[in-house]
Design a protein around this ligand. Structure first.
Ligand code: MN
Length: 245
């Protein structure tokens, strides 16, 4: 007769055929505990002027794509993160975005209740291999190679939602080497955070640990090795990232 209780730890230690990957996680402002990352959802074209610069009408419905959870580059408070210049591209673009961290999951969440599912907010960069994304668009192929590559999702520390009640009207600014590249306002999002959660949770069941990159305003442009990106949203920790060779 096998003693199941006593054999349990042994079974646990042996139940993967390769070493399990580390759980990606993001810093939380003022806490030692971290926010574990399950999925990274991204909203396409959520500011009218950016829709227009990407060739749209300025009035399109939201759409979604994903990045792998381990694409995050988690930058600690006060630190400058490093993102290696990715392979295969000659046109790496910055996109500053408000990131929503989901604390309570759900399917078919109504916009009216959606903010109860938010744990906090952070500043993120949806880094994009624009040349590859454009090639895939033309060919009608998936965007993954343009959007979901390694190190494509830098993110600063998460601030609890209750500490940033003004987030829905906060200004956002992205500087590259001290010069302003993108400047806008969270209130200019076509689809609000609550509406994004309603749309997204109709398509996928959200769960704690999910991050949502909520789209970028106009002004996207290229960066090169050596550039310093500084992404700021009022009320949140600033995100600084250096592009390495
Ligand atoms: Mn984006």
């Amino acid at each position: 007769m096998i003693d199941r209780v006593r054999s349990f730890p042994f079974v646990l230690a042996m139940n993967h055929v390769v070493t399990p990957p580390d759980l990606p996680s993001v810093a939380v402002l003022g806490r030692t505990e971290r926010f574990p990352v399950r999925r990274i959802y991204c909203v396409g074209r959520n500011y009218a002027e950016h829709q227009i610069e990407m060739g749209g009408s300025g009035r399109e419905a939201p759409f979604f794509f994903l990045k792998p959870a381990d694409a995050i580059v988690a930058v600690e408070a006060g630190a400058t993160g490093t993102m290696p210049y990715p392979t295969l591209t000659k046109n790496l673009h910055h996109e500053i975005e408000l990131v929503v961290a989901i604390g309570r999951g759900g399917h078919h969440i109504a916009a009216a209740n959606a903010l109860e599912h938010v744990w906090g907010y952070a500043v993120g960069l949806d880094m994009t291999r624009r040349d590859l994304q454009n090639d895939m668009k033309k060919a009608g192929r998936p965007w993954s190679i343009g959007k979901g590559f390694d190190h494509s999702a830098p993110i600063g520390p998460i601030t609890p939602a209750a500490a940033v009640p003004g987030i829905h009207t906060a200004p956002l600014v992205l500087d590259v080497n001290g010069a302003v590249r993108q400047t806008s306002h969270i209130g200019k999002m076509i689809w609000s955070v609550a509406e994004i959660i309603e749309h997204l949770s109709a398509a996928w069941a959200l769960a704690p640990g999910d991050l949502i990159y909520t789209g970028t305003p106009e002004g996207v442009n290229a960066v090169v090795a050596g550039d310093l990106l500084e992404a700021r949203i009022d009320g949140l920790e600033t995100l600084r990232v250096r592009i390495a060779a």
